[in-house]
Design a protein around this ligand. Structure first.
Ligand code: COA
Length: 382
């Protein structure tokens, strides 16, 4: 592939009461353009990733909105794929460069969730699931709780093992000044948090968040290259919207399909990945990702996580969710997939301070929409 990441930027993630989507976008984009040493006039198109603005904020037409806010009147597109909107926008932007349409483009992921009542956010998020399951009363914690129960039944996974995922990601978040949560948590604290959807507790869930992230992508053979991070694979796969139509509830088939295509495209295998940001909207989601991506065999992730296999400082190979993941860094849904690219690109450029993975050379991002209905996988190389 012929695409380079030349600039990255993001806001802090969290409950950002005094910020608007416009101000969040400006901060992330200014940082990315500055990092790319790139003037606004170099950008030929903007891809905006967002899921909820139309439903919660009654503001659609975000391509035009952010063109106006950024004073960049170029073709602008909004890409929506639920919580995978960010990854999907990156994929779409890459396709536009590979097609020869543009040479330099901006991808902006932005979401403002905390201005709205929790029940409104919950029901808007269920727009990513099947209508039948929504009408039956399911929420996202409920859908992932069913996946957790199935995994527990088939592989003997325990609530304590799921808690170890939250411990790892909150520890990583404590090393990330832009993360929503800044304190490490113990297994006991997680196990004593209240049930949201049995067996998932409050501290098994990603939070409701605000934030923005931006990336500048450029055709690789341009004369002026500022970054050395290449995108060597970009793949999207889909599965049924509803869980009821699935043959298995202990794997996400879209993750498997997207990842297998990405390995082929990049000519590498799971053992080559030094650092990965995977979609941990719930602790069980990270466990499934670790298995479905192929970092371990099916049924083996829980014990390995408990042994610290994917934690900064104790991992032998792949470190997972150095940003804190969705769980600790926060999950402003449309921004998440772009933030994953920001984090992995910065790891490969050696810019991650206390959470830097030594000599990271190859990284992977995995972004999921709904209960696994869309999966987007990117592989990045120094
Ligand atoms: N992880 C860690 N801490 C969390 C948290 C989370 N997921 N959610 C809330 N908190 C903290 C808050 O900061 C707050 O702490 P404080 O009292 O020190 O300020 C406390 O827990 C209570 O927060 P509150 O906002 O009242 O929680 P809530 O009950 O309204 O919401 C959830 C909790 C888990 C229901 C909500 O975060 C949620 O719906 N998460 C899932 C979002 C989702 O489905 N995303 C899409 C995935 S596909």
């Amino acid at each position: 592939m012929n695409v380079t990441i030349i600039g990255t930027g993001m806001t802090k993630f969290g409950e950002l009461w005094s910020s608007s989507p416009r101000s969040l976008a400006r901060i992330a984009v200014d940082a990315a353009l500055q990092d790319a040493n790139c003037e606004k006039k170099t950008i030929q198109a903007i891809y905006v990733a967002n899921m909820l603005s139309g439903m919660l904020g009654m503001q659609a037409h975000l391509g035009a909105l952010f063109s106006e806010e950024l004073d960049m009147y170029v073709p602008a597109y909004t890409v929506e794929g639920a919580c995978a909107s960010g990854g999907l926008a990156i994929h779409t932007a890459i396709a536009s460069i590979l097609s020869g349409q543009y040479e330099t483009v901006l991808v902006l992921g932005v979401e403002k969730m905390t201005d709205h009542k929790p029940e409104e956010v919950s029901s808007a998020l269920m727009g990513a699931g099947s209508n039948e399951e929504r009408l039956a009363g399911a929420t996202f914690p409920g859908l992932y709780a069913m996946l957790a129960r199935s995994h527990m039944k088939k592989y003997g996974t325990t609530e304590k093992q799921l808690a170890a995922i939250a411990v790892k990601n909150h520890y990583h978040a404590s090393l990330n000044p832009l993360a929503q949560f800044q304190k490490p948590l113990s297994v006991e604290t997680i196990l004593h948090s209240s049930y949201v959807a049995d067996p998932l507790k409050l501290l098994d869930c990603s939070p409701v968040s605000d934030g923005a992230a931006a990336v500048v992508l450029q055709k690789s053979d341009m004369k002026k290259q500022h970054g050395e991070v290449q995108i060597v694979a970009s793949q999207v796969a889909t599965d049924t919207l509803g869980l009821a139509q699935r043959k298995s509830l202990t794997e996400l088939v879209a993750t498997k399909r997207a990842t297998e295509a990405a390995w082929k495209q990049a000519g590498i295998s799971p053992e080559d990945i030094d650092v990965a940001e995977v979609h941990d909207c719930f602790t069980i989601a990270e466990l499934l990702a670790i298995e479905d991506i192929g970092f371990v065999l099916k049924g083996e992730a829980a014990q390995k996580i408990e042994r610290g296999c994917f934690t900064i400082g104790s991992a032998k190979k792949t470190v997972i969710n150095t940003s804190g993941g969705l769980k600790g860094c926060g999950h402003p849904v449309g921004a998440t997939g772009v933030k994953q690219i920001v984090e992995v690109a910065n790891q490969l450029r050696g810019r991650c301070g206390k959470r830097q993975v030594h000599d990271a050379r190859i990284g992977l991002t995995h972004n999921v929409g709904g209960p696994g209905a869309t999966a987007v996988v990117h592989i990045l190389k120094k």
